[in-house]
Design a protein around this ligand. Sequence first.
Ligand code: SF4
Ligand code: SF4
Length: 372
Amino acid sequence: MINRFGEESGKLGFGLMRLPRLESGEFDKEQIKQMIDTFLDAGFTYFDTAFVYPGSEEVMKECLIDRHPREQYTVATKLHAAMRGLSEEEAKKEFETSLERTGAGYFDYYLLHSLTDENYTKYEEYGIWEFVKQKKAEGKIRHMGFSFHGSPELLEKLLTEHPEVEFVQLQINYADWDDADVQSGRNYEIVRRFGKPVVVMEPVKGGTLADPIPAVKKILSEANPEASYASWAIRFVASHEGLLAVLSGMSTLDQVKDNTTFMKNFVPLDENEKEAIRKAQKALKEVELIPCTACRYCTGGCPMEISIPDIFAARNKQLALNDNRRAARMYKEATEGKGLASECIQCGQCESVCPQGLPIIELLKEAAENLE
Ligand code: SF4
Ligand code: SF4
């Protein structure tokens, strides 16, 4: 990828899914503009959003597209066809809506969003593959791909049946590398075997690896007291071959500064650092946390306005640290003016969109029992 200075740009991508907000709940647009400018000034170019990230495409327009020449960066967005009750027409309409919201004119990268073993048939049924190919032929899309949260068997099948796919977005991080559900490592190897580049999502696992459990902090700090925990996570991922971008869903200007600094002069992990990561992976296996990545796909359609990922973050604090006071405080914040975990009416909307396949209803019951 060529950046606005005419140089080959780095691999860091800016995920616009966890942008900062003011106390009023509005996006903190002044900070977002500074974050975007800092990212561009460091020579990076890849921006990632999606139809289903609330308000993200509109913010992209106001803070990036209306302020910088279009040819100086690339834009990725996604079409989600598998939300409960969505018709074929509504699914296809997402494309035009994304163009209108972003004002991007065309998309450099366009993805079928969050394919899983449970939902991929919807994309076939609605003819979304053909639809996206058609948009590419019309010049409105430069490259087509899909983001994936399914099994290695399904990945193999999709790449065999759809040779038109140019890249695949995968969840890769050191915690999920050999996780039995996510299977980061196997999925990465399959995509590379098909010769396609990989876009990495969740390298910091929804921020949890930026503030990992105490045992992991100890291992990583002993190996390098200077490096941020997030930098370990991103460098682990970026040390792999064949990457188009490593997306980081940055939420503050400080995170942008940290990420751009170590990714600008990127140095792959050395043998000692790899050993520290292996120890961290082992330590993580010993604690069972809710593997929620805080993507928030589940929250928009919840009729009880339950802030599911924030409740899970509180519950994880309780599980990881046994810190009931802090967990109770986090739970109170997560439910202030919103639904309680116990108010879930079990409609199942959230579970139908969760890319991690979490049994959200059951987990909320446990959270209610332990935190209310
Ligand atoms: S199942 Fe519960 S948490 Fe999920 S969307 Fe319905 S009410 Fe909300
Ligand atoms: S519960 Fe699932 S959909 Fe909701 S934020 Fe967590 S990972 Fe995302």
